[in-house]
Structure formats: C-alpha cells, structure tokens
Design a binder for this molecule. Structure first.
Ligand code: WT7
Length: 627
C-alpha cells in the first residue's frame, strides 16, 4: 500500500514527470516533449496531452506485438452458440486490420473522416475500429440495440460517409435485423456513400446496388500490409454518443495519445494484468467499456481479450462460467446488473462449473450493492478473487476510481481510491469544496490523460455541461460520499440521467420520444429502484383531449419508444396523469414524481408550491392502489 500511495502522490504532485515516464508504455513515432497543457477557464476549456508527439493507436495495439507474440491469441471470440469459438492471433489480426484499412482507403477514407460502426459482438467490430485508427479515421460505434432512428441521429451528427454493419446480429438465440435498421437509418442520411456489410448469418437482406458492399468482397483483394497513418497525439480517435440530462445524445470525443496511455496503464494496474492472463470484459463494444477494456487497453498491453456475442442467461445461467472454464479466463469484468440477474437464478448454476482459473473480478457501470458484491466475491470468486469496483464514465474514457488488487483493502460497495493522476473533489451545491469525511457532488480537479476533449460539433455544450457549474473543476453528474479512510462511495446520478441495467439514458430523451406520439400531450419520465436492473423507467403521460387511456395505447407507446430509441429505453411503467405536478413557473416537480414512482406516497414532502396540489393527490391514489 505504501508504494502505491507514494506512486499516486507522485502522479498528483508531479504530473509531468509521472506521465512522461508512464507514457512510454506505448510506442511513439515522434516522441513528445510536452506532457500536459490544460486550460480550464469560464469560456474556453483546452485539454492537451503529449501534444507534439505522434503515434498510431492501431500500430500500438497490433503491429508492435507481431514480432514478440505473433502467434499468441489476440481476440478470443465466443459466439452466441455455445462452443462456437474463433481464435485470432496477433499476426492474423494484423492481416485482417490491414486488409480492411486498405479497403476503407480504396473507398476514399482517410485521416479525420468519420466511419459509423453498427455491428454485433463479432471480431469485425474490433477489426473495424482498429482499421479506422490505422488510417486516422474517426470511428463512431453505435450499440446494436439502438433503433434505426437513434442510429440515424448519430450518423447525421458525426457525418460519416462510410458505415459498417452486418446482415444480422445473433444474441440469445434470436436475430437482430441490423442491416434492415441501417437501411432505414440511411434514408435520412443521403451523404453516406458506402455501406459495408458483414455476413454474420446466411440470411439474405435488401441490397442497394452501388452503395452496399460485402465485407468479404471488399477485403478479399486487398493487400495484407498497410502503412499506418502517424497521428498527432491530439488527433481524434473516436466519437461515442452518450446521454445527458437534456437534449440529444452528446458525441463524446476522445483523442489518440492520452487516451491510449490511460487505457494501457489502467488496464495493467487496476486488473493487475500480467502476461499470459486471459482477460474478459463482458461489455458490448458499443459502450465505452468495450472500447477501453475489450479493444484498446488489453490490445495495447498485448493481452488475449475475450469477446462474447451472447447474453449471460442463454442457453442457461451458467453461460458466463462455462466460457471462463473453457477458455481459462483469469480476469473477468462485468456489470452489477448481470451479477444480480445471475444471483437470482441460484448458486447451483455457478457451483457446477469450475472457476479455478479466475483471479480477479471487476465490476462497472453502476453502484454495486453490498449484497451483490458479497455474492460475486464469495460464490463466484470462492472468496479468493478481489472484487474491483471501478467508477468511471464515457467522458473520462478510462477508470478513475478503483481499488488496486492486492494493495487496497476492499469495502463492499465502495469504488475505493482514485487511480493515478485522478484528483476527486467533493463540493456542495454552492460549490464549496468539502474536506475529510463528507458527502457531496463529485468533481475531478484532474482526470489524467484519458478524459474527453470536447463534444463533437458543440464545444459550447462541452463547457456548459462539465465546467460551468464549478469553475476550474470537471463535474461528473454523480453524488458521492468520502469516508474516514478516504474511500469513495458513489451514490448515483444527481441529474436527470438514469441507469437501466448499466445503460445510460436521459429522461429527456424518453420524454421526447413519448411526446412525439400524436396522442400524447405531455410526459415526464423518472427512474425508480429495481432489484435487478438498478433502475426501472416510470413514465407519467398526459394524453391529448379525446384520447382514451387504454391498455392498447400503453403498448403502442412502449413500441413507439422502442422504435425511436431502442428496447433499453422502453418504460417499465406508464402511468396516465390528467396533469403533471408543476410549480408556478411551470417546472415539473420531478422530486415528487420520483417518490410516486418509488411508491413512497407518504414522503412527498412540501407540495404547497404547486399550482394544483390536487394533481399529486390523484397520482398518489394510483401509486397507493399499486402498492
Ligand atoms: C455513469 C457513467 C464506466 C463505463 C460504463 C458506464 C455510473 C459507472 C460506476 C460504479 C457507481 C457507476 C455513474 C457514472 N457508474 N460505474 N462503479 N459505481 N456508479 O459509463 O454510460 O458513461 O455511465 O455510470 O453514474 O456517472 P456511462
């Protein structure tokens, strides 16, 4: 612990010296001479790391390993169908990435161009990301669970001229019509010139001649060598969309050098990664967790990274452990929602499978409740494997707060201590910095080199969202407590962002989808605690005059939201409301709606500032009846 504390202090007190040394964990084409240039002002925020260095992320994740470990498996893919597996060595990965990069280049893609990727969890997803990185093209991966409309919005925002998809995805024994969704999305994206289609299944799909290209046809004739484009450290690597408390999803932009260094360093230390480990992060590459801990972190460190196409409960709730057993997984990283779902299925599904290869268990995406933590530790890990609760965000790029295995004492439910270079600060509503034992809003004074640089196309929103409220600090949107040992306990979002099964959603987005329906006059969406999903979605909906409050309409609204955003955004509960509780200035009182959704009708608090307190009484009657 002393050595760790010393190293941490060094990272905060002498960041330039610390990071100059740590950044050598990646290969630089032109070495940097400057380390850290950060300017956080009221009107301008400029974050630059290693600014005069050049490198290529794909070279670092692939090429540099070919000589030393060309025959080692880089990507260990397990398909949805049990036993269906593919092993891609670093040498093979190099060839596959170069061929696709050459293919993309033949379509006119180069430095700075955006490419949207809408793929299932197949090796081609990682290969596409790396091929973009090789050319200096900026990838924007869109989670395969998003609808055509959500996909279109993201393609339009990033302005991709080329997109990559698959005919279908396969998950939990079911197919997902990815190409069909892409076709629909592209109807509103006339600027997209080419659509590359991976054939994941044998199904035939609609084809637009001249626009659509089979992946295999594209790469078939291409050379397996492709010179990487040497990028400036601050050139963009990717854009990834995430939900905020207001407006449409934000295109979080990450750059090359700092992000890659942060990925490699955190992957090594937080998971105690060592040569020979089999590392499995169960996230989807459509989320930042997949970017940093399936692709960039593990591959930068020359690891074997497992990629799983399916779901934890199919065909049985033993699936995760079977994969761990079959492939000898040593480090396993998943989300509390999956742990809780499997915990509910019973210990026998875990116990009957050998898990002796496991060494480290990680958790990410939402607060892990102590009960789930203990089950993960005792049943899954047999009390042998530290549970590493990692707190971070799409925006921070990499892990910010986490225990270090074998070093930090573990407290179930706490993400423990800040990682190297990370300086958390707790503040109160008025922006006063809180010292010692305290609970407040979590800000970061420093977040290391992996943090986002801007919101694509909207730098003003970047400053407004993260830097305006507390001058000089990055505001995370989370509430947090610091205990007597200086350990951090994340208490959850304090804004209108909800976390459903580890998926981040803005309540405003779901409200927007609901009010787009012709029958809906007004809608307010809040989260409520759910034992498995973390949070569920409760929508209060006011219909237009003359519309009937029917079960059929309820179903129609759920489908309507699914078509606009995706299945993850479908409300669990739709409650009809003749009116919504509003203050005299017209603001919806969400605090009251949250209590109603929780069924805590006795704790509504002061409703005297409402225009019409009777509105609450009517909603509370329904809540009471439901209890
Ligand atoms: C939000 C970020 C980090 C990659 C996956 C989610 C919540 C994340 C934890 C944790 C408590 C957590 C926060 C955060 N969150 N990890 N270990 N303990 N809360 O990334 O979709 O950008 O969501 O997820 O509320 O702000 P994301």
């Amino acid at each position: 612990m002393d050595a760790f504390t010393q190293m941490y202090r060094h990272s905060i007190e002498e960041p330039d010296a610390f990071w100059a040394k740590q950044a050598l964990c990646v290969d630089w084409q032109v070495p940097f001479t400057r380390v850290r240039n950060i300017d956080i002002g009221p009107d301008i925020v400029s974050i630059k790391w290693f600014a005069d260095g050049t490198l290529n992320a794909c070279h670092n994740c692939v090429d540099r390993h070919v000589d030393a470990r060309g025959d080692q498996v880089a990507i260990l893919w397990e398909g949805d169908e049990p036993g269906l597996a593919e092993r891609i060595t670093y040498r093979e990965l190099h060839g596959a990435v170069c061929r696709l990069a050459n293919g993309l280049r033949s379509l006119g893609i180069g430095k700075g161009d955006r490419v949207a990727i809408y793929l299932p969890m197949i090796p081609e997803a990682a290969i596409s990301m790396l091929a973009c990185a090789r050319l200096g093209a900026v990838h924007s991966v869109v989670f395969g669970g998003f609808s055509a409309e959500a996909l279109a919005g993201r393609i339009r925002d990033c302005g991709a001229r080329v997109v990559v998809t698959a005919n279908e995805g396969v998950r939990g024994g079911r197919t997902i019509p990815l190409k069909h969704n892409m076709d629909k999305a592209l109807e509103s994206c006339p600027f997209v010139e080419k659509c590359i289609v991976v054939g994941r299944t044998a199904s035939q799909v609609d084809w637009v001649e001249g626009r659509d290209i089979r992946y295999l046809d594209l790469v078939d004739t291409m050379n397996a060598e492709c010179e990487p484009e040497w990028m400036n450290a601050e050139d963009p690597l990717f854009i990834l969309y995430t939900s905020g408390s207001t407006g449409k999803p934000k295109g979080v932009l990450h750059t090359t050098g700092g992000y890659l260094v942060a990925c490699a360093l955190s992957h090594r230390h937080v998971f105690d990664y060592r040569d020979g480990d089999i590392f499995w992060c169960t996230a989807d590459v459509g989320w930042v967790t997949g970017h940093s801990y399936i692709v960039y972190g593990p591959l930068a460190n020359g690891a074997t990274t497992v990629m799983f196409e399916g779901i934890p409960t199919w065909p049985t709730p033993s699936r995760f452990w079977e994969i761990c057993d079959r492939h000898g997984v040593t480090i396993f990283y998943t989300a509390p929602t999956a742990i809780r779902a499997l915990m509910r299925e019973g210990d026998e599904h875990v116990m009957r499978i050998d898990r002796s290869s496991l060494r480290i268990l990680g958790s990410v995406g939402e607060p892990i409740n102590p009960e789930a933590w203990r089950w993960y530790f005792e049943v899954v890990g047999e009390g042998r494997c530290p549970v590493i609760d990692t707190w971070w965000q799409t925006e921070t790029g990499t892990i910010m707060i986490a225990p270090v295995p074998g070093v930090t004492p573990l407290k179930p439910g706490s993400a423990a201590l800040p990682f190297f270079g990370v300086e958390p600060v707790l503040v109160d509503d008025a922006g006063r910095v809180l010292e010692g034992v305290a609970e407040g809003l979590l800000c970061l004074r420093d977040a290391g080199p992996g943090i986002m640089r801007t919101i694509h196309g909207d730098p003003a929103r970047f400053i407004e969202t993260y830097f305006r409220r507390f001058p000089g600090l990055y505001f995370t949107g989370d509430g947090c407590r610091r205990d007597e040992d200086g350990f951090y306990w994340i208490t959850g979002r304090i804004d209108d962002v909800i976390n459903v099964s580890g998926h981040r959603l803005g309540t405003a987005e779901i409200e927007g989808a609901l009010v787009a329906h012709q029958a809906v006059a007004e809608a307010a969406v809040v989260g409520y605690p759910d034992a498995v999903k973390g949070q569920g979605i409760h929508a209060f909906v006011t219909l237009k005059a003359g519309e009937g409050e029917t079960e059929a309409l309820r179903q129609e609204l759920r489908d309507f939201v699914r078509r606009q955003i995706g299945a993850i955004a479908q409300p669990d509960v739709i409650q009809w409301a003749t009116a919504l509780p509003k203050t005299r200035s017209g603001k919806i009182m969400r605090r009251i709606l949250r209590k109603l959704a929780e069924g805590k009708v006795e704790e509504l608090g002061d409703v005297s500032t409402l225009v019409d307190p009777g509105v609450v009484a009517a909603l509370a009657d329904v809540a009471r009846a439901r209890k």
